[in-house]
Design a protein around this ligand. Sequence first.
Ligand SMILES: [Zn+2]
Length: 446
Amino acid sequence: MKTVQTKRKRSRPEQASKFQLTDSLEGLGVSEFLSRLASVAAFEERPEPIAWIEANRRLSPESSHEVGPYRFERVPYLREIQSTILAPGGGEIVCALASQVGKTELLLNSLLYWSALEPGPAMVITPDWKTAQSFSVDRVRPMLRDAASPAEDHELRDPRAIDSVFHMTLGSQMPLTVVHGWGASALAMRPIRYLIFDEASRLPLSAKGARSDEGDPVALAKIRTTTFGDFAKIVYTSSPVEEGACRISELYAASTRERWHSRCPHCGSLQVLRMPEMDFGDATCRCLVCGLRAGQDTWQGQKGQWCPENPGHPRRGFWLNCFASPFVRWPAVFEEWRAAVHQKEQGDYGQFRVVLHTRLAENFTTKIELMSKPETLLARREDYRAEVPDAVRLIVAGIDSQASWLEWLVAGIGPKAKSFFWTVVRSMAGWKATPRVCTGNWTRSY
Ligand SMILES: [Zn+2]
């Protein structure tokens, strides 16, 4: 114990945790006891997690194009999530995140911080054996190797895989187990203080035991945290999957439901960047308040913030799509979306689901698809009087509803799909002042 403290004193004086010092107080003289007590009191002030991570974490070439010191200014939306995960005490944190927003780095930062400052047994549960191996060998090991803390503190051998379970030691005293969600025996191995579900929505519904299914792997693993009571920390991360079968969406629904809001570079108002406001032509996003447009770097250069829909809930929940990420270029997402929609129109929904889940962080739902069925639309017709060109047989209206205005376009369809368009109308007064959409003059036709 003493050796370890001395060795690390220069780089990480906060290394000794309260638990270890308390354990070693027995048999000490009064002066030494008080000295240790004072040092414990000093250690109560843990370093601020964000600053500590930026001082100690290095991005590894195996997993990042941006090798070097980790910087939250690159991913400002992760700052609050990271602080929440590393806050003193226990609790549950739900992260419903799109791919390529920096989720794995968030987990690696957490493991490094805990190993140095508040060690405790940790377990990471992944969807399958391959992801467990990849997390252990390709992510955790390079993270330990490249951290600013002395490399000899960590066990840098390749993680041992016993019965498909990867065992590592972070620092000199923090056991980390990486296991896939199928193995019931591994999930029930030992008490866990830090429990991380990676891609929680893709974990199996039931873990396999020696003879039968053992039940929900999330429930099985959570039982292991009971020893640590209020000090246990449970982190769920995942991009969503289909509605009704999505763990992360269900967990997020019962949480503070915080969404990252970006700030308009023109008027300063806050909004979630979403697909409906995107212009594929010039790769810009429209502000919902002032109506002006800006490109990706301009939006991301402004100071955004998390806004809770359900403040005060004991479980913190964060939701983020890809449009806030500096690692994903918007035009690439638009291309993926175009291709996915094209395939969907051919009857192949595979790519559409992938883009919806991993880029937009939204559930695939069959309800939206039902709305596009002709019968559903026909059932919503109403009778009313209006003058229209003789050739028009069907009238449809598309309405874009915004926070402070409505915008709509009316189109008449004639024989041989001939189209007649009405003017785009904008109402700043909202729904109550909206006139019947089909009264007035047709100003354009094609
Ligand atoms: Zn604006």
